[in-house]
Ligand binder design. Sequence first.
Ligand code: ASP
Length: 429
Amino acid sequence: MLKRLPLWAKIFIGMGLGILWGFISVWTGWEDFTTDWVKPWGTIFLKLLKMIAVPLIFVSLVKGISSLTDITKLSRIGYKTIVIYLITTVFATTVGLAFVNILKPGDVFPDDKQEQYRQKFSGQIELRQESAREIEKRSPLQFFEDMVPDNIFLSAGDNSKMLQIIFFAILFSISLVLIPGEKTKVIKDFFDGLNDIILKIVDIIMRFAPIGVFALMAALVVDYSGDIDIFTALGMYMITVTIGLLLLIVGFYPLLIRIFARIRISDFLKGILPAQLVAFSTSSSAATLPVTLKQVINELKVSKPIANFVLPVGVTINMDGTSCYQAIAAVFIAQVFGIDLTLIQQLTIVLTATLASIGTPGIPGGSIVMLIIVLNSVGLPVEGLALILGVDRPLDMLRTVVNITGDSTVSSIVARSEGELGYKNNNNS
Ligand code: ASP
């Protein structure tokens, strides 16, 4: 019976049992057992996904772009992708800003907790502030400078250098297209075969997903069991972030999907659910990429060339959940400290949160350093981070879901606009 269940159902069950196991081990004092014997399976799952991410990005981009054969088409797709990514991110940031201004979670934050959290998290903040200072010192063109690798083999050895891999893969594929077919046939065949092998590896890894997710969730509950106090004090803040993010997941993207990709909303949500569940459990959109690609290609029927181009780019630059969250966090901190933000300052937050999300790496907690930059841009106290760090993980899980849902949405829209969406209800509007 269990064998016949669809993957998303197995992952869902794994997640539920993991949470249950986490609570049981806290109640029965089995935390050490869970940490020593259960958590490592989650880490192994995460490592497997990360292991395959770089080869997958490279091979799928090369395969995707080189099959486009037409450079004008490629630049049109590139342009569309970037523009839609930007629009959705600005919208998400605005949603965050609207909710935090309406619900005002900072106004109900207990005063006595401020000092307590500041002391607890001061060490972590110092470290992150250091990284933020480094980033702020850079030239505005640093983003483009960083995109170009000086040694592609070193970039390939570092998961945080995905943009460099993408840059090289694009250059490589364009050159492949520009060289006459008979000379490069063997290379194209090679990448074809390699791509199939890598997708098979993803398939195998995903069979392990229910167990991996079980272990990740169990370990998370155990790790956070001592922090109930923080969760209650920050309840209103967490609710605000959650509402904002959920609205994007169940309202904004489904609407875009229905209108611009003409995919039935239930099919869309069912199709990407396994990727959402993995994003939720790993808090890393980069690690989830193999699953997102698989689901978008197999379930939403986005053509391989489009998915292989739009999704890896999205994982590195499109983070709607992150930008929505950054806007809420920044204004929440202002509210707690009793600082009134002017309209110009709020608009500055939209701009910096959008840019900061582009620079955020798709890893757990990737946006914290970037949040410091958002805070600095409107002169908010960085110490405010202490208030929210303790509850960041569950919110990170949810914003990662938003991030990959946004990528999947945009890839479907771009595919549809190019006539490359094979979804079966394509013609029904
Ligand atoms: N964890 C997020 C992601 O991987 C990034 C962040 O917002 O911290 O997409």
